[in-house]
Unconditional design. Structure first.
Lengths: 115, 114
């Protein structure tokens, strides 16, 4: 069964710092990997989706990379702002014997950016 | 606006009662999902449906039931057989296609047993 781990579990940084959030997964047979943001008591918002054939995706200050062979992904946040404070979740769409569209989630990294 | 609507936002259930959480989407997505989220835990899949009139159990289906009579709707019933139902429930949908299968989430429903 696919297992997804996110490190660190929590991160607190001053405004302006560049950040790296880590995600690892046990089964490299994936269709894609997604990064989500979740604000307290809210649903999830998709940030970036990386197909298994891609190495990275960028959106504004966010850059996500994927190394499928080693089972790792990183989310890079440039010039962090207090509005970036949220929980960031990594999810893999597993491709080995699973039904299309079934995601496996990590527990998330809780990010706090203070002014 | 296109999106996923979950209702109610907050729901209280007495012991022994069944309750139903509503999920409606106007994104014309084929696939719909229900996840459960507990504090400090990742999301766990309860049920999913890739097409109307068909659905599959996820990892924690015991004590839950669903129906998919319409493409837009995927209600979740939490039955009295679910022994620990207090949690945050999230509904989601996607195109169901292998490539570009971005998944979209509703705002969630909080269920508390009283």
């Amino acid at each position: 069964k696919q297992e997804v781990t996110q490190i660190p579990a929590a991160l607190s940084v001053p405004e302006g710092e560049n950040l790296v959030l880590n995600c690892s997964f046990t089964d490299s047979a994936i269709y894609n990997l997604q990064w989500f943001r979740q604000d307290p008591g809210k649903g999830l918002t998709s940030l970036l989706l990386i197909q298994s054939s891609q190495r990275e995706q960028t959106s504004g200050r966010l850059n996500a990379s994927l190394d499928k062979s080693s089972g790792r992904s990183t989310l890079y946040i440039a010039a962090s702002q207090p509005g970036d404070s949220a929980t960031y979740l990594c999810a893999v769409n597993s491709g080995r014997g699973s039904t299309l569209g079934r995601l496996y989630f990590g527990r998330g990294t809780q990010l706090t950016v203070w002014p | 606006d296109g999106g996923i609507t979950q209702s109610p936002k907050y729901l209280f259930r007495k012991e022994g009662q069944n309750v139903t959480l509503s999920c409606e989407q106007n994104l014309n997505h084929d696939a719909m999902y229900w996840y459960r989220q507990d504090p400090g835990q990742g999301l766990r899949l309860i049920y999913y449906s890739q097409i109307v009139n068909d659905f599959q159990k996820g990892d924690i289906a015991e004590g839950y039931s669903v129906s998919r009579e319409k493409k837009e709707s995927f209600p979740l019933t939490v039955t009295s057989a679910q022994k620990n139902p207090t949690a945050f429930y999230l509904c989601a949908s996607s195109t169901g296609r292998r490539n570009g299968n971005t998944i979209y989430f509703g705002e969630g429903s909080w269920l508390t047993v009283v």
